[in-house]
Each structure stands twice: as structure tokens, then as C-alpha cells.
Design a protein around this ligand. Structure first.
Ligand code: PBG
Length: 327
């Protein structure tokens, strides 16, 4: 039954020119979103141990750091506000302060780089003392319905500052609908919602939580983030967010969930983003540091995998190093 020796796959990959001709075009810089951590104040650029090459920036330093990123043609940023522990409360009210770090960053970036898309993370975990993504009820569980209004308030605060899109990541049922209604009520009907629609409870968020100081002080997030043991319910999460009015869907993390990305790409006609998360980035750094692989080659291969799976938007910490990796 063998087709060999008539069929020889090596014929079509025998030269760099042929390989270039037949391979998928790598995703261009315009498809990338760079996640950034923003702290209050000015003159701050603090390297993150758990994410080499990434920093906590004050808004003014973020504007500076964006110069080369903007020049490379990176399409946008995803802003995470980071506030000191002293500003954290049980209800996370610093999340909708009109002069919080995320809001200031949005304003500054819109002003200096009007052609860049500015996405903002909408979640309470960086602002609550307990570091859960929503408000707690009397028994210490996350109260879904009580969390919707605070998330909506945070989203409208970002919209008012000029965010291109708000990105709810708390995994509360009904959060996209609540945010859409609040945005429309306040006249922000052009502000998009990029929902973290299929977000799994993952071990790959560790370095991020260190960077953002958002590790839950008790318990874990499995009561609200999706279970990686069941891809069907994972897909349903995205379908429901589409019905609630999301403009862009997302799968997060990316590398352990390429099957979900590929299947969702076939089921929806909305744009699809994949979040190549902190642990996926840190893992390659750790490997390269030990001399077990080439950092840029590993990064390029993982980015190509995400693109092949079908995500047209790639949210990745590699974005600020695009030219070294993909260029
Ligand atoms: C907030 C949020 C998290 C990430 C993005 N938004 C952390 C979490 O859910 O615990 C993770 C991003 C990353 O790991 O790079 N809920």
C-alpha cells in the first residue's frame, strides 16, 4: 500500500526557497497585542523576575517603552493596572478610580500613539484584598451577580479614558451583557468588548500573578474559570459570550489549548484572539537559560502554532521583541 518511492515529501522541502514558498506567512506585527503592567506614579520601570524582558511601568515610562514597539508595527497593548496593597479593599473600588494607573495609561497612550489599539483588562483580582476576581459573599464564595455592577463600572471608567476595547477576564456569567449595557447607557457604543471568553483555570498564570500581585489569598479560581477537563463546556463559554454581545472572543492560555482555538475558529465568525500567557513565556525563558533550547526559535515556533490553530489576534509578551523573533 506504500506510495513510496513515487511520492517523496522531501522533494518539496529541499531548499529554503521552496520552504519559504510553501509555508504559511508568519503573523505580522499588526496582529499582536502586548500585555503591560502599569503602576501609579512616574519614572518607574521595574523589571519582573518572573517575566524576563517585561516590566512594571508608570504611565510616562510606558509611553517611552512603546516607541520601539509602535515602530515595529505592533497593533495594540493590553493594560493591567497594578495598585499597592494599601489601595486594595474588599470590593476592589480602586478598579474604577478615575485616576488609577490603568486609566492614566490609557489616556497617555491614546494621546501619544493614536493609531494603536488600547485594550484594558477588566477584573477585580488586582484590586481586591482577597485577590479573587469578584466580590465575596458571606461564606467566602465569589458572588457572581454582585460582581457584575463593579465590573461594568470599571469598564465604563476605561471607556471614558479612551480604551478601544474593554476585556472582561473575571469569568462571571453575564459579565459581557452587563458591560455592554453599561457602555451603551453611557454612550460608549463604539467601545468594543474583547471577552476572555474561554479562559481556563490554569497553572500557567503563575508569573503573571507574581507581577500583578493577584494570587488569591485563599482557595483557587476553579469555581469560576473553566475546567480544562472538558473542551465542550469551554466552547460553550465562548458561544454564550458571543450571544451576550462580545465583539472579539479569546482562548486563554494558548499553547495547551490549540485544539480549543482550532475548534472555536470553525464555530464562530467573530474575530478570535489567543492569549499566550505568562507561564508559556516564562517556560521558554527557563528552558533557554538552562541551555536546553534557543529562546527565539522556541518563541517563533510557539507563535506559529497559535497562528496555525487559527487565532488572528495574538496576545503575547513576545510582542515587544517581535523583530528578533519573527523578523
Ligand atoms: C485576571 C487575569 C489573569 C491573567 C490575565 N488576566 C490572571 C488570573 O486569571 O489569575 C493571566 C495572564 C497571564 O498569565 O499572562 N483575572
Amino acid at each position: 500500500m506504500s506510495l513510496y518511492p513515487e511520492i517523496r515529501m522531501r522533494r518539496v522541502r529541499q531548499s529554503p526557497a521552496l520552504r519559504r514558498m510553501l509555508d504559511m506567512e508568519p503573523p505580522g506585527p499588526g496582529r499582536f497585542i502586548w500585555p503591560v503592567f502599569v503602576v501609579p506614579g512616574s519614572g518607574v520601570q521595574q523589571p519582573l523576575d518572573s517575566l524576563p524582558g517585561q516590566f512594571r511601568f508608570s504611565p510616562d515610562r510606558l509611553v517611552e517603552a512603546l516607541k520601539p514597539v509602535h515602530n515595529m508595527g505592533i497593533g495594540g497593548i493590553l493594560v493591567f493596572g497594578v495598585v499597592p496593597d494599601a489601595n486594595k479593599t474588599d470590593n476592589g473600588c480602586a478598579a474604577w478610580e478615575p485616576d488609577g494607573p490603568a486609566v492614566e495609561a490609557v489616556r497617555a497612550v491614546r494621546e501619544h500613539y493614536p493609531d494603536m489599539a488600547v485594550f484594558t483588562d477588566v477584573c477585580l483580582c488586582g484590586y481586591t484584598r482577597h485577590a479573587h476576581c469578584g466580590l465575596l459573599d458571606a461564606s467566602g464564595d465569589v458572588d457572581n451577580d454582585a460582581t457584575l455592577a463593579p465590573l461594568a463600572r470599571m469598564a465604563t471608567t476605561h471607556a471614558k479614558a479612551g480604551a478601544t476595547a474593554v476585556c472582561p477576564s473575571a469569568m462571571m456569567d453575564g459579565q459581557v451583557q452587563a458591560i455592554r449595557q453599561a457602555l451603551d447607557t453611557d454612550g460608549f457604543n463604539n467601545t468594543m468588548i474583547m471577552s476572555y471568553s474561554t479562559k481556563f483555570a490554569s497553572g500557567f498564570y503563575g508569573p503573571f500573578r507574581e507581577a500583578g500581585g493577584s494570587s488569591p489569598r485563599h482557595g483557587d479560581r476553579r469555581g469560576y474559570q473553566a475546567s480544562y477537563g472538558d473542551s465542550r463546556r469551554g466552547l460553550l463559554e465562548s458561544a454564550l459570550d458571543e450571544a451576550e454581545g462580545a465583539d472579539i472572543l479569546m482562548v486563554k492560555p494558548a499553547l495547551a489549548y490549540l485544539d480549543v482555538i482550532a475548534r472555536l475558529r470553525e464555530r464562530t465568525n467573530l474575530p478570535l484572539a489567543a492569549y499566550n500567557v505568562s507561564g508559556e513565556y516564562a517556560m521558554l525563558h527557563a528552558t533557554a537559560e538552562r541551555g536546553w533550547g534557543d529562546l527565539h526559535a522556541l518563541a517563533r515556533e510557539s507563535i506559529m502554532g497559535i497562528a496555525r490553530a487559527g487565532a488572528e489576534i495574538i496576545i503575547s509578551y513576545w510582542a515587544n521583541q517581535y523583530d528578533q523573533i519573527m523578523g
